[in-house]
Design a protein around this ligand. Structure first.
Ligand code: NDP
Length: 499
């Protein structure tokens, strides 16, 4: 256990959590119509942070009505593109100005170390700046058709309308940013529901959106349980599109609900990403990549490299060295300046991760390092040590289920063909990694992997300009880049008879 003094909570963050948090509906901060509240907890200590409005179906109704009004009557979709861009740029500046507060709120509610949450506001600002650029670049096409007579045919990009967004707890602030930047740049209005565990950063973002001067109703934030709010939002006839990040099971339910009114839907779901280490890799680079790919954010990353395939001739040494590397990560409260890995999000998540470690052992896997951090004195909070499981087969439950914790399943392989086949034997297809110094092998394997993102001799790189999303049960559609513009616009086709 560390004896370090914790970094003091940023003054504005302390002020922010000192009052019960309300929801943002139609430009006003309001309580739930039922008057109910719930509490949020610090995963590093288990202590209550603050109370938050517990919205219900009727609150979704008023948020959707506000978003619909802002879309139909408000200036937003008809605002000149450079005016929309100006607001997005202003919001980006406000994020830079409030970077420490935002970082501290993320560490407080999600647990990740301030070492990493400090990069978040600048990244978020970059994201809004990137999509501010798109607002003035939404062009259609003129199409030379072969119809008889003199006809002029062209397309327009138009916003879809009211977009509902539902987010998870594992990267709550950036998830909110990614659910707002592209739809706002293209003239949509949004109703956003953050995860119950982590609403605070999103609510603070709502305040900055108001400070930037976005019109009322363009962004609405409703807090409360997904089990009721989720259905209300995804079945709502006045919602035109749903964007969801979270578990595959909830994603399936959302897709069914969206079918009722043929809503557009994008889903960013679970993963069990294969990270392939060839014997010819730069050993030290591969070791560091393998560790960071799974252990960052305590493994609560949808594209975490949780299935580690290591070429047979280096398997024993690599797995032993990875276990030693894992032991060097400093586990603790995210406000401890030395902490690299924080807690997992909740007692429930910790128990679920520990259960998987037990399941692994009962399947014949060996715990080379890891397990419950309470053994090491981290009794308060929800800590799991970075865990390396050896002797794993690809058909084991621990190699197929998304554990969503700091647990890597290490599997040996003996040929390129065998590892491609095993890597693709998964219901998921979100991330993937390859470590090799053979450029032909790198491309060949990258092309063969049935997954939306592949990193070679690196891992986890994400950029607002670069599309992100999953194959198979990891999702539908892409966030980021021009792909997100497609996901938030309709294409209107206009024919003019010139004869
Ligand atoms: P969920 O998918 O249950 O939650 C994600 C979001 O969906 C939350 O805002 C949640 O609300 C909301 N939600 C819950 N039920 C519904 C519903 N019926 N309709 C619409 N929205 C709903 O993920 P969990 O947080 O429970 O995590 C469970 C597992 O999901 C993790 O262990 C992990 O395997 C996976 N996961 C994957 C993520 C990824 O990025 N790929 C992210 C998060 C989780 P509320 O918070 O109020 O329940």
């Amino acid at each position: 256990m560390s004896t370090n003094t914790l970094i003091p909570l940023n003054r504005n963050a302390a002020e922010f959590i000192s009052k019960p948090k309300k929801m943002l509906i139609n430009g006003k901060w309001v309580e739930a119509l039922s008057g109910e509240t719930s509490q949020t907890y610090n995963p590093a200590t288990g202590e209550v942070i603050t109370s938050v409005a517990k919205g219900g179906k009727e609150d979704i109704d008023r948020a959707v009505n506000a978003a619909r009004k802002a879309f139909e009557e408000g200036p937003w979709p008809k605002l000149k593109p450079n005016e929309r861009a100006k607001l997005l740029l202003k919001l980006a500046d406000l994020l830079d100005e409030n970077a420490e507060e935002i970082a501290h709120l993320e560490t407080l509610e999600n647990g990740r170390s301030v070492k990493f949450s400090s990069a978040m506001a600048p990244n978020a600002a970059g994201h809004f700046r990137y999509y501010a650029g798109w607002a003035t670049r939404l062009t259609g096409e003129t199409i030379p058709t072969s119809r008889p007579g003199d006809v002029f045919n062209y397309t327009r990009r138009e916003p879809i309308g009211v977009c509902g967004a539902i987010n998870p707890w594992n990267g709550p602030f950036m998830a909110a940013v990614m659910k707002l930047a592209a739809p706002l740049s293209t003239g949509n209005t949004v109703v956003l529901k953050p995860a119950s565990e982590t609403p605070l950063g999103t609510l603070r973002l709502g305040e900055l959106i108001q400070e930037a001067g976005f019109p009322d109703g363009v962004v609405n934030i409703v807090t409360g349980p997904g089990s009721t709010l989720g259905n209300a939002l995804t079945l709502h006839p006045e919602v035109d599109k749903i964007a969801f990040t979270g578990s595959t099971d909830v994603g399936k339910q959302i897709m069914k609900n969206c079918a009722e009114t043929i809503k557009k839907v994008t889903l960013e779901l679970g993963g069990k990403s294969a990270h392939i280490i060839f014997a010819d890799a730069d050993y030290e680079v591969a070791l560091k990549n393998a560790a960071n790919a799974i252990f960052m954010n305590s493994g609560q990353v949808c594209f975490a490299g949780s299935r580690l395939f290591v070429e047979g001739k280096i398997y024993d040494k690599f797995v032993a060295d990875l276990a030693d590397y894992a032991k060097t990560y400093k586990l603790g409260n995210g406000f401890d300046p030395d902490t690299i890995l924080g807690p997992v999000i909740s007692a429930k998540q910790k128990q679920s991760v520990l259960n998987y470690i037990d399941i692994g052992q009962s399947e014949g896997a060996e715990v080379i390092t890891g397990g419950d951090a309470a053994e090491d004195g981290l009794i308060q909070g929800y800590y799991v040590k970075p865990t390396v499981l050896g002797n794993v087969r690809n058909d084991m439950k621990i190699a197929q289920d998304e554990i969503f914790g700091p647990v890597v399943a290490a599997i040996p392989f003996h040929s390129v063909e065998e590892v491609i086949e095993m890597a693709n034997k998964s219901i998921y297809g979100l991330g993937g990694g390859i470590c090799t110094t053979d450029v032909r092998k790198a491309h060949k394997v990258a092309h063969a992997m049935r997954t939306g993102n592949v990193w070679v001799n690196t891992y986890s790189l994400v950029d607002p300009a670069s599309p992100f999303g999953g194959y198979k049960q990891s999702g539908i559609g892409r966030e980021n880049g021009s792909a997100a513009i497609d996901a938030y616009t309709e294409i209107k086709n206009v024919w003019i008879n010139l004869d």
